[in-house]
Design a protein around this ligand. Structure first.
Ligand code: F6R
Length: 238
């Protein structure tokens, strides 16, 4: 495990963009596992700048996102599909057919989960997986529970996750979806490289437990201790 301590959000974002850029240079036809939420926004903006400066290209890359809210289509501004388009896809040269998110609006979420795992397999797995971490230690929407769930699955969001994400819904808890679809622990752990990005003093205690405490599904990020190529980029300042 490599730990990179950064002094501000801009530095955290630049370090993440460095690792994603390096992956794209090393293997232009790579599969990037991408995350949403507030943490990667700066890194995506930095990647867009680098693309516009001609330093990096996504033309041959494939992206596989971690998760999506149940019941949401890409047209809903709070959906993760909308988020990715807004913050990254429309600013760079990804081929639209090479960008993937689980569909939250599929008629059968069960079938959608199976389709998504097959898709990840067809892509040859993930080369670099970018992760954020929830205050409760979730990765993707793998929420704390009694056991790790290997496959892509539908999940009931914890109240802590819903209240943390209420900021994207005008602070109105009523509007925050109760369920989501998330990539499972196996596809995440099988990624060749994992970059875990954690921003903010309020997550440092959970991060310490995740990295140095027992490996437990109560803190899903703790399983990352077992990954052979994990880089943790963090910033204690808000
Ligand atoms: C988002 C995701 C989540 C977030 C986590 C942190 O695709 O998978 O695990 O990474 O909730 O979110 P922020 O960055 O908003 O604190």
């Amino acid at each position: 495990m490599e730990l990179i301590k950064t002094s501000c959000y801009a530095e955290l974002s630049a370090r993440i963009a460095d690792m994603i850029s390096a992956q794209l240079i090393l293997k232009p036809r790579c599969t990037l596992g991408l995350a949403t939420g507030s943490t990667p926004i700066g890194a995506y903006a930095e990647l867009a700048r680098r693309y516009q400066a001609g330093a990096v290209s996504f033309a041959r890359a494939v992206s596989i996102n971690l998760d999506e809210y149940a019941g949401m289509t890409a047209e809903t501004p709070q959906s993760y599909a909308y988020f990715m388009n807004e913050h990254l896809f429309r600013h760079v040269d990804f081929e639209p057919e090479n960008t993937h998110l689980p569909s939250g609006s599929a008629s059968s979420l069960e079938e959608e989960c199976i389709r998504y795992d097959r898709l990840i397999e067809t892509c040859g797995g993930i080369d670099l997986q970018l992760l954020g971490m929830g205050h409760n230690g979730h990765i993707g929407f793998n929420e704390p529970g009694d056991f790790f769930i290997a496959e892509t699955h539908a999940v009931k969001l914890s109240e802590s996750t819903r209240s943390a994400n209420a900021r994207f819904f005008g602070g109105d808890m009523e509007k925050v979806p109760t369920h989501a679809v998330t990539m499972g622990i196996r596809s995440i752990m099988q990624a060749k490289q994992i970059v875990l990005a954690v921003n903010g003093q309020d997550k440092m205690e959970t991060l310490k437990k995740a990295l140095y405490g027992p490996i437990t599904p109560r803190i899903p990020a703790s399983i990352l201790q077992l990954h052979r190529n994990l880089t943790v980029v963090f910033c204690e300042a808000e």
